[in-house]
Design a protein around this ligand. Structure first.
Ligand code: COA
Length: 257
């Protein structure tokens, strides 16, 4: 089982557990995470959601083999793909979502953090959004939110060059709340999630809704625009070269494009 779920003391935990593949996310895993988010939303006993990974790895992002075999379709198909449904469930979650970033968070591993309410990062974690280097484009409103958070110049380092960033930089630019020693990050995040057991759930829900603010529509529109381009790029020769290079454990060669 690559996604483990459990509800304890008011907290629904979604644990990404595929360490042999660095927690790369497959279609089945996105479906399991979507189901868990929907169930958490419907269960009145759940007051917050915790998303976590394995020691040393949060997630290496989309499973690249899955990408090559089953790229999401285009148009409405893309919007109905498992990864879209997962991200939509995350955006629609009206309960607080806390992320414990236990290690590297690559690609959607970082993108999903932009849509969590609290993010705690292990001091051993690295974040990166290497979409362009993979022949792809930013996804799930990262092209909107990342420049807003850190300004265009620093966003260009992360989104165009794909430079990884440290936990401290993630805090400094507002993606994360705090850096914790690796052995403490999950417990700390859990304690934050459990604080919602003492708070009135209706007020929390409405406050979270308000915090989405007028930008929410723009976020959804950006996700659709990015999604169209992303789905097209997945089939591009540039992306194929990048994916093949990853599995052949060699640097990609973009000189012919
Ligand atoms: N998709 C599919 N398989 C992946 C994967 C991914 N995103 N990330 C890692 N794996 C697999 C590797 O192919 C390898 O499989 P193998 O043992 O059968 O060869 C295994 O997981 C271990 O990965 P490896 O690269 O050897 O581990 P590492 O510790 O040297 O590096 C990462 C870890 C996360 C830095 C590295 O795996 C990586 O860069 N992954 C790709 C990240 C990425 O580009 N994600 C964006 C996708 S949009």
């Amino acid at each position: 089982m690559s996604i483990k779920t459990a509800t304890l003391n008011g907290v629904a935990t979604i644990e990404i557990a595929r360490p042999e593949k660095k927690n790369a996310l497959t279609v089945a895993m996105y479906q399991a995470m979507t189901d868990a988010l929907v169930a958490a939303r419907q269960d009145a006993a759940v007051r917050a959601v915790l998303i976590t990974g394995q020691p040393g790895i949060f997630t290496s992002g989309n499973d690249i083999e899955d990408f090559m075999k089953r790229a999401p379709g285009q148009g409405s198909d893309a919007m109905d793909s498992p990864v879209f449904r997962f991200m939509r469930a995350l955006l629609d979650c009206d309960k607080p979502v806390v992320a414990a970033v236990t290690g590297a968070a690559i690609g959607i591993g970082t993108t999903m953090l932009l849509h969590c309410d609290f993010v705690y990062v292990s001091d051993e974690a690295r974040l990166a959004m290497p979409f362009v280097a993979l022949g792809l484009v930013p996804e799930f409103a990262s092209s909107l939110v990342v420049p807003q958070l850190m300004g265009h110049r620093r966003a260009a380092e992360k989104l165009l060059l794909g430079d990884p960033f440290t936990p401290e930089q993630a805090v400094e630019c507002g993606i994360a709340n705090a850096v914790l020693p690796a052995v403490e990050v999950v417990n700390h995040a859990r304690r934050v999630a459990e604080r919602f057991n003492q708070l009135p759930p209706g007020a929390v829900r409405e406050a979270k809704q308000l915090m989405r603010g007028p930008q929410h529509e723009l976020v959804l529109q950006t996700i659709r625009t990015e999604g169209e381009l992303f789905a097209r790029r997945l089939r591009s020769p540039e992306a194929m070269e990048a994916f093949q290079a990853f599995f052949q454990k060699r640097p990609p060669d973009f000189s012919k494009f």
